[in-house]
Design a binder for this molecule. Structure first.
Ligand SMILES: Cc1ncc(COP(=O)(O)O)c(C=O)c1O
Length: 353
């Protein structure tokens, strides 16, 4: 039997999302918080996890956590959905909105999962290149919105991999012009401090995504979607009932109980980001782009494959974003601890001399 004959064309045409699975001494590829949970908190967390009844299904719809986070976001409980990471919420949105012939617009480059989820759901994808400063090309976006009447638009704010926040007035113009849902994905909110959350009441097509992955709980896979009750009513039919496991629900509550400790780490990471940027500015062949996230994006006038390999030989993993033959090349590095960043910059200095 040729299994390929059974599989959807959109799936056959893809590669699975590439994740580096080897272990590295210094891992700066995935925008994780480089710090472990502080020791005393870890003991408390372990006690909490040990109390979770593993023989029972988790609470369906994470109702208790939904109401706690809704209060924290300043919205009603029927405006919040919790997902197995924001990745799952992106999938749920694509699945629910993929009516026959429906279109999705994304600016490019952006977070890869929008495209993957849309392809798998059967949405048609319209990719609109960012402008020379990696901001939204408003005229091109408006033209495509008018022409295609997209059901869905994803805007990462700050954007991954470029690290910048798009101009807020351009996002508002897109919210005004769009007949469909506009998702403002604030995965890096803890490092930008910028949000469209207060506009959820003003635009009924606005959806906000948040996550705990970047602020210290990547392993627990906890993401949030905030939007209109009528939309969530429909999205809840797509979400599987037990989508967030009981340990993750407990972890989400633990986060809220101890949020200042996590935010303190985010503040530290922002300080290290400043140090890393200043140190990298002195490196030859690198042009840094402004960042408001926990990573730094840069153009490279050298062979990024070679540099990527040389860094790996030193036990350092970053992200190589270059396309074969593309000039300039691009790389992205997650902000690590002060020590890790220093070692990275030193390695760059040696490799690039
Ligand atoms: C813009 C953006 N959204 C969402 C995610 C995924 O977040 P989660 O871990 O909550 O699935 C990422 C992860 O890199 C991201 O860059």
């Amino acid at each position: 039997m040729d299994i390929r004959l059974l599989i959807k064309e959109e799936v056959l045409g893809q590669e699975a999302y590439p994740v580096e699975t080897a272990t590295f001494r210094i891992k700066l590829d995935a925008q994780e918080n480089p710090l472990a949970m502080p020791g005393p908190l870890r003991d408390e967390f372990a006690t909490l996890l040990a109390s979770v009844p593993l023989n029972r299904y988790p609470e369906a719809g994470s109702i208790a956590m939904v109401s706690r986070f809704a209060a924290a976001f300043g919205v009603a409980a029927n405006q919040v959905m919790i997902g197995n990471g924001s990745d799952e919420l992106i999938q749920i949105l694509c699945t629910a909105l993929a009516r026959p012939g429906a279109e999705m617009i994304i600016p490019v480059p952006t977070f890869a999962m929008y495209r993957i989820a849309a392809l798998n759901a059967g949405l048609k994808i319209q990719a609109v290149p960012l402008d020379g400063a990696f901001d939204l090309d408003l005229a091109a976006m408006q033209g495509r919105i008018a022409g295609q009447q997209p059901a869905l638009i994803f805007l990462a704010y700050p954007n991954n991999p470029t690290g910048n926040c798009f101009s807020a007035d351009r996002i508002e113009a897109i919210l005004e012009a769009s007949p469909g849902i506009v998702v403002v994905d604030e995965a890096y909110f803890h490092f930008s401090g910028k949000t469209f959350l207060s506009l959820v009441g003003r635009y009924d097509n606005l959806v906000i995504l948040r996550t705990l992955s970047k602020v210290g709980m990547a392993a627990m896979r906890i993401g949030f979607l905030i939007g209109q009750p009528a939309l969530l009513h429909e999205l809840n039919k797509v979400r599987s009932p037990y989508n967030v496991n009981a340990l993750s629900q407990a972890a989400a509550g633990f986060y809220l109980d101890h949020e200042p400790a996590f935010l303190e780490q985010a503040t530290e990471i922002r300080r290290w980001r400043g140090e890393l940027v200043r140190a990298m500015e002195g490196l030859p062949g690198i042009r840094l782009w402004p960042t408001e996230a926990n990573f730094v994006f840069f153009s490279c006038d050298f062979d990024t494959d070679r540099v990527y390999r040389k860094l790996m030989e030193r036990g350092i993993l970053i992200k190589n974003l270059s396309v074969p033959g593309g000039k300039p090349g691009f790389m992205r590095v997650t902000v690590g601890t002060s020590e890790e960043n220093r070692e990275l910059v030193e390695a760059f200095r040696e490799i690039l001399k």
